[in-house]
Write a protein that binds this ligand. Structure first.
Ligand code: SF4
Length: 409
């Protein structure tokens, strides 16, 4: 497993695999060829099918704005290795300088075919939850101490920056109103939700209102191209910050403890990223929102003072009940179902954590098993349901809209 610095990345939304990953790869490639006169990019698979809605072409043109740049959307080529594949070519005049085949594997991370050294190295020796848990028990340390042992003490400073960025995004989202860019013309709702205190609001309603408002705040910023933290991706970036912010506000937890919980969530995200996938294009939304929910549930349990078994159980429950969740964003925008889905997952994360307290001694499914199951399920999902906007809500909504518009005429 790689450093948590490879999991949590601060950057612009709306998509870690469709904007952040391509931007980072194209930037690196460009810096290797500053003398080039022209770049050509061919997008395949999910990048070709939903790249426009996810702003892939926009971010590539921005990155190469000082150069001639041609972008081709090839929807036909079968992507054998990863559904988020693209080729980059650098030319000097007519001469081809170099070409890369790039896989944007989710969370802003990319791999270059045949160039292993460009990818970040694995710094964690333990490969899955079982090994990590065993190591922590043997050495009598908790998950945060484990992360510090592997990553060194400067990880605290990094996590502090990540937490500050998450909080700033929530605050910005909560203070912004208006329409989210794109033809859905969605209104921002986070401020409304936060302020809509119901008459005789009880604890349950208050929890729903706060968690949803915080999750909407980040997700609306993401959909608007604002600054977010991948947790583990842009599309699912609202879940973990919402739970951490809620716990901080409602349980008066200090930032130092929240940062430790961020490390715990990072361990879970890292295990899923390295043993399965965090890419909606590869394994559907279960890999994005399911992972975010699992990370947030583990963080919540840590903040409630629960031990390794309960942390495992809450992370497992959170993922188990996202199994099979498809990715079908309408018009390819990270808006419907994505924004609301972040809010629902934030609530589910807290519920999973509380449920783990009640289920003590009664758990039969391990975290590693559910992660393996998620990966296998994701591989079995038809491509319609893996960030292509060719199935599910995306298909039904467009058909209905066409029908409704026809009826109006
Ligand atoms: S449906 Fe889920 S996986 Fe797909 S773009 Fe939205 S948040 Fe990401």
């Amino acid at each position: 497993m790689q450093s948590l610095k490879e999991l949590y990345k601060i950057g612009n939304g709306p998509s870690s695999s469709h904007t952040m990953g391509p931007k980072r790869a194209v930037e690196l490639f460009k810096n290797n060829h500053l003398d080039a006169t022209k770049f050509k990019i061919i997008l395949y698979g999910s990048l070709a099918l939903t790249g426009k809605g996810h702003l892939t072409d926009y971010i590539i043109r921005e990155t190469l704005k000082d150069y001639q740049c041609e972008i081709v959307f090839d929807e036909k080529m079968k992507c054998e290795v990863h559904p988020n594949t693209f080729d980059i070519f650098a030319y000097k005049g007519e001469e081809l300088l170099e070409t890369w085949r790039v896989y944007s594997v989710g969370g802003g991370t990319f791999r270059v075919e045949g160039e292993e050294e460009i990818s970040a190295i694995d710094i964690y020796k333990e490969k899955n939850w079982y090994e990590i848990k065993s190591y922590c028990i043997e050495n009598n340390i908790d998950l945060y101490e484990y992360v510090c042992q592997v990553e060194g003490n400067d990880i605290k400073q990094f996590l502090n920056e990540i937490w500050n960025s998450m909080q700033n995004t929530i605050k910005k989202g909560l203070s912004t109103t208006g329409t989210i860019p794109g033809k859905l013309k969605l209104q921002r709702r986070s401020k409304d939700i936060l302020e809509k205190i119901m008459e005789n609001e009880n604890e349950t309603l208050r929890r729903t209102r706060l968690l949803s408002a915080y999750a909407y705040a980040t997700s609306e910023e993401n959909a608007s191209g604002g600054i977010i933290v991948t947790a583990p991706t842009c599309g699912a970036s609202g879940v973990l910050p919402a739970v951490l912010y809620y716990m901080k506000e409602e349980y008066s937890i200090d930032d130092e403890k929240i940062i430790k919980a961020l490390a715990v969530a990072g361990v879970i995200g890292n295990i899923i990223k390295s043993n399965a996938s965090i890419s909606g294009a590869e394994c559907g939304c279960q890999a994005e929102i399911g992972t975010a929910c699992s990370m947030a549930a583990a963080a919540c349990s840590y903040l409630l003072g629960l031990g390794l078994d309960r942390i495992e159980n809450s992370a497992e429950t959170a993922m188990e009940h996202h199994l099979g969740l498809t990715c079908d964003p309408i018009y390819g925008y990270v808006q419907i179902p994505c924004i609301e889905r972040n809010a629902v997952a934030a609530m589910r994360a807290v519920d999973s954590s509380f449920l783990s307290i009640m289920l003590e001694q009664h758990t039969m499914i391990s975290l590693d098993l559910v992660i393996e199951t998620m990966y296998e399920t994701g591989k079995d999902l038809q491509s319609h349901y893996r960030e292509t906007s060719e199935g599910g809500l995306a298909k039904k909504y467009c058909r209905n809209k066409f029908y409704n518009d026809e009826m109006k005429e």
